[in-house]
Structure formats: C-alpha cells, structure tokens
Design a protein around this ligand. Sequence first.
Ligand code: SF4
Length: 342
Amino acid sequence: MKALEVKNLKVIFPIEGGIVRAVEGIDIEIEQGQCAAIVGESGCGKSVTSLAVMKLLSTPPAIMRVDKLELGGVDIKELSDKQMQKVRGKDVSMVFQDALTALNPVMTVGKQIDEIFLAHGNLNFETAGEEGEKKRFNRKKEAKRRTIEALKLVGISDAEMRYKAYPHQLSGGMRQRVLIAMAFACNPNLIIADEPTTALDVTIQAQVLDILKDLQKKQNTSLMLITHDLSIVMNMADEIYVMYSGKIVERAKTRDLFVRPLHPYTMGLLGAIARLDDERGRFVQIPSSLPCPFRKPTGCYFHPRCQYATDKCRQEMPVLEQPEGGRYVRCWRYKEIEYAKK
Ligand code: SF4
C-alpha cells in the first residue's frame, strides 16, 4: 500500500507583476514503511511541496492544483480545512525545522503532547454528569501517561520532570525530540520532516536523526524527509527525489543515486559533500544559484549553471525520462554525459 501518492502537484503564487511557479507538476509515491527524501537547495519548492501535501498552504495567496492526493489510499484532495484537522496528527503529521516557533511558548511541552492524545488518541469517550467528570479525569490521566511514555521513547531523560517544562527551558536538541514525540504520538501512516535538524549542531543532529530513523522502523511509519543536505539522507532514505526550481530532475533508489547519479545537478550536490574517505577532502561547489522564481530561464532551468548545456538545453525543457525501472531523469544529455564519464 502507498502511504502517499501525489500526481501532478502544482503550486503558484500570483504576485504583483508576475507569477511565482513554486511547484511545477510533481509526482511523489511513498510505500508504507519507506522513507523518501526530497532534496534540493533552499527555494527549490520542497517545503512548499510538504505544506501542500499537509494542505497547510494559505489559499490565497497560494493556488494549488493536484490531480491526485491520497494518504494511505484515501483521497484527501477535496477535504475541507475542518476535515483535514482530523487527518493531521492522526494519519499524517509534521516535524518542523524550528522547534521554538513550532511549539507554544506559554504551554508546557507535556500539555502540548497531551492535546494530541486527547484529540486523536482514541481515549475514553465523554459522558454527562458525575460519571462524565470521572471519565474526563481518566482521559487526562491516560493522556499524561502516554505523553510521558512518548517522551521516554525519544530519549528524554527525567520524562516526568520534563513534562512540566516550557519549551524555552529545554535545549534545542530536546525541543526537536519533543516535536518528534508529537509527530509519532498517534502512530500516523506518514510523517513529514522538514529540515528536522538544520538548527542543531552536528552531534545532536546525528542523535535526532537516529531517533527519527529508529522510531520510523519500529512503528513502520512512512517518512517524507525534506532536506538540502544529501549527506543526511544517505543512511535514512530508501528513495531520493532531487528537486530543482519547482521540478523533479532526478528520482532514484538511494544507492543508485549515490553510486551512479545521472543528472548534472545531482552530480553537483554529491560533489558538495565532504567525503571522509577522500584524502583531498575537497568540496566542489555548483556555480551561481537557483534562478529567480518569477523569471526562470527558458529551456532547462539548470542550463545557466550546467557545464554540459547546449543550444537545445537553452531552448527546450527536457522531459522526465525513465531510463530504467524506478529511475527518472530530466536531462537531454544524461546518456552522453554518463558515457563520457566511463
Ligand atoms: Fe545540463 Fe542540458 Fe541536461 Fe539541463 S538538459 S542538465 S542544461 S545537459
């Protein structure tokens, strides 16, 4: 079963004097229990994609079109905001980049996780009168018990004590663990983690990623990991989507992509990873930066930065080809480039 299926997703932002085409017709499929990473530079449209999947984009200003949007085989394309509130947290949840802004600063972290269990945790139902009071009390007690369990599960020591802490009283790594505990609280089918470790230092980053991976495997949850950093997906993702200026330019199983990248942009991203086994330890930078989103170049969007660009590249947008099962690439010259590298 597919945890997520997206077909032909487009998101545009009309602005004064033009249109920003943030996402230009992308497809995503994630099998249950698998991790797919969406990788690309800041501004390539990956975070807009994740918000679109969660139906969290404000419309207007955003205009979203999609042919198919299914979570665990259930069509959520036409669901209203109110209906989506029942889906978020229960069937799909999100780990945001900045825990400090994602968490409510005036509520203890324990109470914030309790709320998820109370809303979606299948606790006892309300009843009227004295009996109802008792049940409400029991629901709250049960929510607290599950919250403390969830905090322990993400490696927070003294969970009973941390339950009463406010977000500012916790370290950055601990706050991120709280977000992970919230995301996994009701065992959703799919978790979307948008740059979950960007704000953390390298050692804490590794710990947080380990927790995410461990919980994903244990709970057989599917994960959509959004990141600009290919090195962090190497040990986490089953499949990688490389995104450039609103389009998928390459899609492949993780090993295939690392061993034999086909698109020049992917090659550039891989070149930018410092390799411990490379004695020279050199970074290779991709020249220049992403094109301006409301003045994209003609033809292949990557052509101004591509050393292999030809006139055809400058004039015609390449189609997304499928050179072999499970592999996709959007480049007119990938065969020649691969041949030349042999
Ligand atoms: Fe480079 Fe041309 Fe391929 Fe675009 S289509 S990535 S410009 S070779």
